[in-house]
Design a protein. Structure first.
Length: 662
């Protein structure tokens, strides 16, 4: 018994030492808050808390449930004795380990080492530049240390902003706000996320009322600072910032974002901690100069191959004919009936157009669309896409950065992005948090070199995939179906032409245009894939041979709008134009000056036609003259050669005769 007592005393002593070490690492304020809340909780039992209400809190449904359960469930001592308790505890530990292994191996849930590295550097008063693969938990990597730094201060006044998080897009700002809000509420901090779409005055009122954590897009924060010049309260609030976090920091090297940052950064204190987080950091450290980092720690997480794209991601490319591009997309989605798919397009117009067409083709799938122009409806579309299983989302590069869709299976690159670095961010929407994901790039004639381009510059290797079910007959049948939709709806007709023109412009402005030359692209095949009735006249089509385009015989002027209000307006405009033409003709008929002008124009046009015809005839005659001249020249040259040959023969004969005489 004495030996047992000494052993227990030793264990208690070691536990006390471990607790003292842990308490020495924690800040004093945190220890005081912890001790205070723990002592108050230890004094009061569940029954006292429920009946006497000593802590001054309201009755909750949870406590009522506990009270009713205590009356039915037997006490702890009645169930367990000393032996059975240890068996129960051991089985509970084994069960917990098995669950942890299952989550780590099968589901992919695990605490990542890179989060700890970045957090420790920030807590050690160092600026950080973190490059980590997409889906590796960067949001918590900067939120948890930032909140810990804020907690070191005893009290934060309502007029003091301690943490500023800047994101390049609205969707990413809202996502970070959703993750940060539970932590902020638990610690008693007020959080506000400001994005475009609201009035500046209403946003400023909310900020002036009191904010400790501010999450914003750079453009919106710049406008708020400019709009608060009279009062200047926002600038005074920003002087208290302890830590600045810039998510997707490589995006801020662009001109549009750097201009906003030039107005934001001077408002922040120089003695702050800054954290720059992204999957692909700026290649040149000079781009980080505006952030005024103080000897930052550059943290590159995971292996060199795994830095940009997660190891759980497999990338493919699928070469197809331009005519069969849409057919390949449709067949691919049909082959994945239980998968959630995200499709990237080159422009907003393309997303709008294909979101109108695909629901008529893929009738069994729910299709959502997100782009920069539908600012009001895109948040609801994204939330619905997250909730629904086996859904399809059409998007621009708006969703290529930071947006977390946990159960996304496939990413499809229908078009090449504007910048090659965005391709990696697109792929990173799948295969997040250790979960398996895949991506496929649909390439056409003239885009095969893009695969090697991505391999060299972005270090992402892709395997070839073939769509065996895609045929010319299926592609033609699908084209006819799209043409039928456009012939009935003017919305589809107009959106199709604008989408095709935007695709042409995107193909000439991306950073891979040197590798993917526009001259080599089959623009007629792509027009067939878009299902166009008429080929639009623009710069890109003017210099190309468009004779192979399958022009429809349908009179496009008779195609109505599905929206009755738009159709009425169109008819009114058309009738007005016809009336104007008739009035103009009447004026010309009655006005002698207009008749003279017509005659002069006709004469000029007639003269021009005659001159053109004369030039054509001259050009047609010139080659014959040249040919005749060439023949005459050849004859003359031949005669001269004969004359020279005859002279040479005569001189030879004379020499021979002289030799004989001698």
């Amino acid at each position: 018994m004495v030996a047992k007592a000494t052993a227990t005393d030793k264990e208690a002593a070691t536990e006390q030492q471990a607790q003292e070490k842990l308490r020495s690492l924690l800040p004093k304020e945190v220890i005081e808050v912890f001790d205070k809340s723990f002592k108050e909780f230890a004094k009061v039992q569940w029954g006292d808390y429920y009946y006497q209400n000593k802590l001054g809190k309201k009755k909750s449904w949870a406590l009522e449930l506990v009270h009713s359960a205590n009356q039915v469930i037997p006490s702890f001592n009645e169930i367990f004795d000393e032996d059975t308790f240890y068996v129960f505890a051991a089985s509970l530990v084994v069960f917990a380990i098995l669950v942890a292994v299952f989550l780590a191996r099968c589901v992919g849930v695990k605490i990542r080492e890179q989060d700890i590295h970045a957090g420790l550097k920030l807590l050690a008063h160092e600026d950080v530049v973190v490059e980590s693969p997409t889906g590796s938990g960067k949001t918590l990597a900067f939120l948890l240390p930032a909140l810990t730094i804020m907690k070191r201060k005893a009290k934060w006044d309502k007029s003091e902003i301690g943490l500023v998080v800047i994101c390049p897009s609205r969707d990413l700002a809202l996502q970070i706000a959703l993750v940060a809000r539970p932590f902020a509420d638990a610690l008693g901090y007020t959080l506000h996320s400001t994005i475009g779409g609201k009035k500046i005055d209403t946003d400023l009122k909310q900020i002036h009322a009191g904010v400790n954590i501010l999450i914003a897009t750079p453009g919106r924060l710049e406008r708020l600072i400019d709009g608060d010049l009279r009062e200047g309260k926002l600038k005074r609030m920003l002087r208290c910032v302890e830590i600045l976090i810039v998510d997707e920091a490589d995006k801020f090297s662009e001109v549009s974002f750097s201009a906003s940052m030039n107005t934001i950064l001077p408002c922040l204190p120089k003695q702050r901690r800054t954290g720059l987080f992204s999957a692909t950091q700026a290649k040149d450290k000079v781009d980080l100069a505006p952030f005024t980092l103080r000897s930052p720690a550059y943290i590159k997480l995971a292996d060199e191959k795994d830095v940009i794209s997660p190891s759980s991601l497999t990338a493919f490319y699928a070469p197809v004919k331009a005519d069969e591009k849409l057919c390949a997309l449709v067949e691919f989605i049909r082959s994945m009936p239980d998968k959630k798919v995200l499709i990237f397009f080159a422009s907003c117009q393309c997303v709008q157009y294909f979101s109108m067409i695909l629901p008529h083709i893929l009738t069994k799938r729910k299709i959502f669309a997100v782009h920069g122009k539908n600012k009001k409806g895109r948040f609801s579309q994204m939330s619905l896409f997250r909730k629904t299983k086996s859904a399809v989302m059409l998007s621009t590069d708006l969703m290529s950065r930071g947006i977390d869709i946990p159960d996304l299976d496939w990413v499809v690159h229908f078009d090449i992005p504007k910048k090659s670095s965005w391709f990696v961010h697109r792929c990173g929407r799948a295969g997040r948090n250790g979960r398996d994901g895949s991506s496929v790039l649909i390439t056409t004639q003239g885009q095969s070199a893009y695969v090697n381009f991505i391999k060299q510059h972005e270090h992402l290797e892709m395997k070839e995939m073939k769509f065996k079910t895609v045929t010319e007959l299926k592609a033609e049948q699908l084209r006819q179906k799209v043409v039928g939709l456009a012939s009935k709806s003017r919305e589809v007709l107009e959106h199709g032409t604008s989408a095709y023109v935007s695709w042409l412009k995107a193909s000439t402005t991306n950073d891979a245009h040197i590798v993917c030359k526009f001259k080599e692209l089959d623009i007629i095949g792509h027009a067939h894939s878009f299902g166009l009735l008429r080929l639009p006249k623009c710069k890109e089509t003017y210099e190309r041979d468009v004779s192979a385009f399958k022009r429809s015989d349908i009179d496009t002027s008779t195609i109505p709008f599905e929206n009755k209000a738009l159709e009425e307006k169109r008819k009114e405009i058309r009738s007005k134009n016809e009336k104007r033409k008739d009035l103009y003709k009447e004026k010309e008929a009655n006005d002698p000056r207009a008749q003279l002008k017509k005659k002069i124009k006709e004469k000029k046009e007639g003269k021009l036609k005659k001159n053109k015809e004369e030039k054509k005839t001259k050009k047609a005659d010139v080659p014959d003259e040249k040919e005749n001249g060439d023949e005459d020249e050849k004859v003359e040259v031949g005669e001269k050669r004969k004359m020279k040959g005859d002279k040479k023969e005569k001189t030879k004969k004379r020499k021979v005769e002289k030799m004989e005489v001698d």
